[in-house]
Every structure is written in structure tokens, then in C-alpha cells.
Design a protein around this ligand. Structure first.
Ligand SMILES: Nc1ncnc2c1ncn2[C@@H]1O[C@H](COP(=O)(O)OP(=O)(O)OP(=O)(O)O)[C@@H](O)[C@H]1O
Length: 662
């Protein structure tokens, strides 16, 4: 939030009666001002009840649509049970008139009580049925919530795991994603809940108003008169809380960040070694103290609003009783009707208060839910039609079929620019790999090696140019077909919080040990080739060890040990093309030597694209491409590149000299 926006918001809040101290200056930090978390807050603060009422139907239609898709039975049950309960509310109120008419009639008391009994029985049945229906409605609503939540989560995750990788490099898309995930997703179930509460409140209100209309039309305005003060007090109190939370957003974020730093294991060592404890606790305490003072102030102002509402309600109730007295005195309504009217007014009053509150909440959640829906639609637009093998068979279906093996891979004049970047990361690159070759990419940091590897792995589509397997362009085949035929040992790999076995075999079905306890021979071969077998030998539960210290009996590995597992994962995939991007960066000298030996012997007949800064290891590559600023500037085998005496020769000589010196 810019200083100006903060100031104007602060002043606006002061004008609406707030008297908070400004946040302490140490809290006014740039990392707290990311707008994505609470993008709707300012809009909500400005919105009046008129706007809310106008936009509400659209929100309710969206909520109903989601609920319907989540569970037709529970949605239909929730709505219809609430409606029928409303009918019984009206029925109960009208039956009460019968009871009161009999009780207030002339004659001996036993006779009057006897006359009232049939109506009393009707009242009892109506009240019991209404309570039963409301309980059932509540039950079906509780069943609906998790189903809505599941549907909303699935839709989001299905989209985020299928969007084009380039979408995740787009900062606007990432902002929208964060907002949809952290705020929009939780609003899905809430908007449905609030929509049901709006319905329930409206039904109760209509039942009470309908009853009063039937009793005597003049009684209707009395209902509004009593409900308005309480409705006002409840909305005002909710808005106050909301606006207060708004000013605490930054402080709350600061507290999350600080609490993560003080609690998470990954920071624990540095917190101690850099003696950060006192600093963190002090920062946390100051934030908490500010939050406490704001919340105490809120409690005081909410109490004032509630007391004001209660006083106004008392005045309104007195007015209603005076009006009823006058109507009785004038003979406009009989005594029994007046008695029922009091009951109906009280029922309608609580329904109206609930209704106003639910409308407010429904609208608020609806805005965030709208963000979620917008994001899902945007993300689904960015899912490539050829993402999955089951791509639609319309004009955009994958035309080609990727060969299971290839004679050559050709990269032809490929250009690629990351979303939002000013300059291309790949600028007219051409190269070729023949089956069974080891081809190396070398070059200084940022020269485009990893980007080229990702384009060749089918993770990014080139802006122009083509990558072909034999004669089949990658952009014409289903992406999943490409991914299944390429094994990538990435520069930055994930520490999967799973067992050692799953870390190697993941994405390739279940590789549980056989009945005799023997492990899958292919997995063992991959582990041996990468040196992961030595890592697993040191784990208490072997391949069954969970590699995450956050769980009971979980283990953690060193950087080099994790890298051995990542390499084993790449070797395990039965893919004709193996891309190794800095596969030994964290390994010790012996493991590195072992791995490069393996790669030099062509990794069991596979074609290998090797990216590394260890130039001694690329000497034996069949061909070496040297990249600079996204272009190939030299190409050839080690001997020919040394003979050219260009960039490769310079880099190689530098490294060789360093070793020579030692
Ligand atoms: N996700 C991204 N979004 C925008 N630009 C990126 C992204 N990833 C890389 N780049 C840019 O693309 C260029 C090439 O990066 P790349 O990672 O391919 O280089 P590299 O040769 O693999 O470098 P290194 O040797 O350091 O691994 C760099 O200028 C980098 O800043």
C-alpha cells in the first residue's frame, strides 16, 4: 500500500469514528504492503448496503451453481427444507391466534382452555415439525460444506498442475493464484453457507411478514420499526470489526512471518547462530502489543454500538406496544391478534437481523469467491489443449505421434523469451543430437543452457523455431507423451516429502517390494548408478524411510545425498533422452567422478544432454555447444574447440590451471 493510500484510508477511518494510533513505524515495511492478499479490502470498505443488495443476486446464483455441482441432493434438501420450515413458522404463528382467541373469549376458564386445545395441538405439531425441518436443513448444509470445498480445491489444483509452465513465470498470474489459493478458496464454502443463511433469514422474515399481513396489514410497518435498530447495530459492529481487521492486515502478516521464523525448523539454526532470538521476540511483541491495543479499542466501540442499538430497540419496542395499544383501543385489531402480532414481530425481528448480517457476509465472501472463479477461468484458458494424452479431437488435437525412440533430435532456429522479460533467453539456437550420443552444453551463468534444456524437454514452447524428434515437431504432440520420453535431472529438484523408494520411482506406478521383500531390480540399478544405494543403506528403514523430519521417524539428507536420489530418479525413468542439468553440483568428488563415468559410457545406451560447469567432465562428450547470451557461439568436440582457442578453450584452461596450481 502506498503511503498516500494508507494515509487516505487512515483518515477515512478516523472520520468514521476510529481513534487508533498509527501503526508503529517499524511495522511500515515494504514486504508487508503486497496488495495481493487483501485486494478487495478497500473496495469492501467503500461499499454501501445499496450496492450490496444490487450485486447480491449474482453472488447467490454463483454460490447455488457451485453447491448444485457439489451435491444436487444436499443442495435441493437444504433449500427445500428451509422453505418448508418457513411455511411451518407462518402456520405456527397463525395457529397461535386460534389459541389466544379461545383463551380471551368469554366463559368459564376450563371451557376456554378446552376450546384452545385443538389450536394448541396444532401449534405444538407446527413447532415440532419446524424444529425437525430446521435440524435436517442444518444437517444437509453441513454435508454440503466439505463437498463444496473439495470441488473448489480440485478445480484449482487441476488447473494449476496443468497450466503451461510459462504461466507460472508470469507475476500477474502468480498474484492471482496466491489470492485465489489463500483467500478465494476458503470463500467458496463460506459463500455457500452465507447464501443459505440469506435464504433462511429471508424465509423467516417472509413468514413473519406474511403472518402479520394476514392478521392486519397495518401491523407490517411495526415489524420493520423494531428490526431496524438491531439490524443497524449488528451491521455496524460487523463493519467496525472488518475495518479494524483491515488496518491490522499488515501487522498480521508481519506476525505470520515472524512466527514462521521462530517456529520453523529450517530457520532454527540461524536464529541461534546469529543470536536472532531477542530481536525476533521484540519485533513480535511490538506487533502483538499494537494489535492488542487496536482490538481493545474495537471492543469498546462495538460495545457502544451494541448499547446504542439496544436503546434504540427498546424505544422501537415501546413505540410498537403503544401502537398496538392504540389499535386495540380503537378496536382495529382484537386482543388475540395483537398477542400473535407480538410473537410474529419478535420472530421477524430476529430473522431480519440474521438476514442483514448474512447479506453483508455473503457479499464480502462473494467478492473473494469471484476472484477464485476468475482465476480458475484464466488458468483453464492457459492449459494447453495438448497437455494430456486425452486431448480433444477437434482441430487443435495433437497431430503427430512421438516415436518411442528416435534417430535424431533437431533444434532448429529456436527463440524463447520468458513472460515479462525484455530480452530473449534463447536467440536463434540450432543443434542436433543423434541417438546414443552424449552432447554437452556449456557457457557462463545466464547464457541459456537450462532454458534450452527445458524447451527440449517440452516444458516450454519456443516462440519461433522448432524442436523435432526425427520429423515430428514437439509442438504437435501431446505434452505428456514428451514428458514420458524425457528424463530430466534438474538443477533445482524437489525434496519430495515421501519415502526413499517413492523419491526414486515416483510418477511410474507402485514399486512396492515383492512378497519375499526383494526390491524392484530396475530401481536398485538406478540407485546403484547414482550412488543413492549408499545413502539408503545408511537409513534405518532403508527404502521405506520417510524423508521428511517433520513427521515421526522421518529422516533428512544432506544436499549431496538428496542429489544422488534426484539422479537415481532420472536414471530410473525408462526414457530415451536423459537431460542432466548440473547433476553433480552438491556431490563429493568420488560421487561426481562415478556419475560422470556413468554418463560417459552413455548412460545405458540413452542419449544424454549434459549441462555442467565442470569442463573436465565434458571432454569426452561427442559434441559440445558453447552458449553465450542465448546463442551458440562455438560447437565441436573437445579437441576441435581447444584448437579454435575461443571461449571454451579459455574456460577450460582457467579450470585446468586452477587444478594445476594445486
Ligand atoms: N523464470 C524466468 N523468468 C525470467 N527470466 C528467466 C527465468 N529463468 C531464467 N531467466 C533468464 O534467462 C536467462 C538464461 O537463464 P538460464 O537459467 O537458462 O541460464 P543458464 O545458462 O542455465 O545459467 P546457469 O549456468 O547459472 O545455470 C538468464 O538471463 C535468466 O535471468
Amino acid at each position: 500500500m502506498s503511503a498516500r493510500r494508507f494515509l487516505s484510508r487512515f483518515l477515512r477511518l478516523r472520520r468514521t469514528g476510529r481513534r487508533h494510533k498509527a501503526p508503529p513505524s517499524h511495522l511500515d515495511l515494504p514486504e508487508l504492503s503486497a496488495p495481493r492478499w487483501h485486494a478487495r479490502d478497500a473496495e469492501l470498505a467503500e461499499t454501501g448496503m445499496g450496492t450490496v443488495a444490487r450485486r447480491l443476486p449474482a453472488v447467490i446464483v454463483q454460490a447455488a451453481g457451485l453447491a448444485w455441482r457439489a451435491s444436487r441432493v444436499d443442495t435441493a434438501a437444504t433449500i427445500s427444507l428451509n422453505l418448508v420450515a418457513g411455511i411451518f413458522t407462518a402456520f405456527w404463528l397463525l395457529a397461535t391466534t386460534g389459541v389466544l382467541t379461545a383463551l380471551f373469549s368469554a366463559g368459564p376458564t376450563p371451557d376456554r382452555v378446552r376450546d384452545a386445545l385443538p389450536s394448541l395441538a396444532l401449534v405444538a405439531v407446527a413447532v415440532a415439525l419446524r424444529a425437525g425441518l430446521q435440524a435436517c436443513a442444518g444437517w444437509s448444509q453441513s454435508r454440503l460444506d466439505p463437498q463444496v470445498q473439495r470441488l473448489a480445491e480440485l478445480r484449482l489444483y487441476e488447473a494449476t498442475t496443468a497450466v503451461h509452465l510459462a504461466a507460472l513465470d508470469d507475476s500477474d498470474f502468480l498474484d492471482d493464484l496466491q489470492r485465489a489459493k489463500f483467500r478465494g478458496l476458503t470463500s467458496a464454502a463460506r459463500v455457500v453457507q452465507q447464501a443459505v443463511d440469506v435464504l433462511t433469514g429471508a424465509v423467516g422474515m417472509v413468514a413473519a411478514a406474511g403472518t402479520l399481513g394476514v392478521l392486519h396489514p397495518v401491523l407490517l410497518p411495526l415489524l420493520l420499526l423494531t428490526a431496524v435498530p438491531e439490524g443497524w447495530a449488528s451491521v455496524r459492529s460487523a463493519r467496525m470489526r472488518y475495518l479494524t481487521m483491515l488496518t491490522l492486515v499488515e501487522v498480521a502478516r508481519r506476525k505470520w512471518i515472524l512466527s514462521d521464523l521462530m517456529v520453523d525448523r529450517e530457520h532454527a539454526a540461524e536464529v541461534r547462530s546469529f543470536t536472532m532470538r531477542g530481536f525476533l521476540l521484540d519485533q513480535y511483541d511490538r506487533s502483538a502489543a499494537y494489535q492488542r491495543s487496536v482490538e481493545l479499542d474495537l471492543a469498546r466501540r462495538q460495545t457502544i454500538a451494541r448499547v446504542t442499538g439496544d436503546v434504540l430497540k427498546g424505544v422501537a419496542m415501546a413505540t410498537v406496544y403503544i401502537a398496538l395499544g392504540l389499535l386495540l383501543w380503537k378496536g382495529t385489531v382484537p386482543l388475540a391478534v395483537a398477542g400473535t402480532a407480538v410473537l410474529a414481530i419478535r420472530t421477524g425481528q430476529s430473522s431480519l437481523v440474521n438476514l442483514v448480517y448474512a447479506v453483508n457476509q455473503c457479499y464480502e465472501e462473494g467478492l473473494y469467491f469471484g476472484d477464485y472463479l476468475d482465476f480458475c477461468a484464466k488458468a483453464e484458458d492457459r492449459v494447453p489443449r495438448r497437455a494430456l494424452p486425452s486431448a480433444p479431437s477437434d482441430g487443435t488435437k495433437p497431430r503427430g505421434r512421438l516415436p518411442d525412440a528416435f534417430a535424431r533430435i533437431t533444434v532448429d532456429d529456436v527463440t524463447f523469451t520468458y513472460p515479462g522479460a525484455d530480452t530473449p533467453s534463447l536467440n536463434g539456437i540450432s543443434l542436433r543430437l543423434r541417438e546414443g550420443e552424449v552432447v554437452a552444453l556449456v557457457g557462463e551463468n545466464g547464457s541459456g543452457k537450462t532454458t534450452l534444456a527445458k524447451v527440449m524437454a517440452g516444458l516450454y514452447d519456443p516462440d519461433s523455431g522448432e524442436v523435432r524428434w526425427d520429423d515430428v515437431p514437439l509442438r504437435t504432440v501431446a505434452q505428456q507423451d514428451v514428458w514420458e520420453r524425457v528424463a530430466v535431472i534438474a538443477q533445482e529438484y524437489t525434496h519430495w516429502p515421501m519415502t526413499a523408494r517413492q523419491n526414486i520411482t515416483m510418477g511410474h506406478g507402485d514399486h512396492a517390494p515383492g512378497d519375499d521383500g526383494s526390491e524392484d531390480p530396475e530401481m536398485l540399478a538406478a540407485a546403484r548408478a547414482s550412488g543413492a544405494d549408499e545413502v539408503v543403506d545408511g537409513l534405518v528403514r532403508g527404502y521405506d524411510t520417510l524423508l521428511d523430519r517433520r513427521f515421526k521417524d522421518g529422516a533428512d539428507l544432506s544436499g549431496g545425498q538428496w542429489q544422488r536420489l534426484a539422479v537415481a530418479r532420472g536414471f530410473f525413468r525408462d526414457a530415451p533422452l536423459l537431460i542432466c542439468d548440473e547433476p553433480t553440483a552438491a556431490m563429493d568428488a568420488r560421487a561426481e567422478h562415478h556419475l560422470f563415468e556413468r554418463i560417459r559410457t552413455h548412460a545405458d545406451g540413452r542419449t544424454v544432454l549434459l549441462i555442467t560447469h565442470r569442463l573436465a567432465s565434458v571432454r569426452y562428450a561427442d559434441r559440445i555447444y558453447v552458449l553465450e547470451h542465448g546463442k551458440v557461439i562455438e560447437e565441436g568436440d573437445h579437441a576441435s574447440l581447444m584448437a579454435v582457442d575461443g571461449v571454451y578453450a579459455e574456460l577450460y584452461s582457467l579450470q585446468a590451471a586452477a587444478y594445476g596450481a594445486t
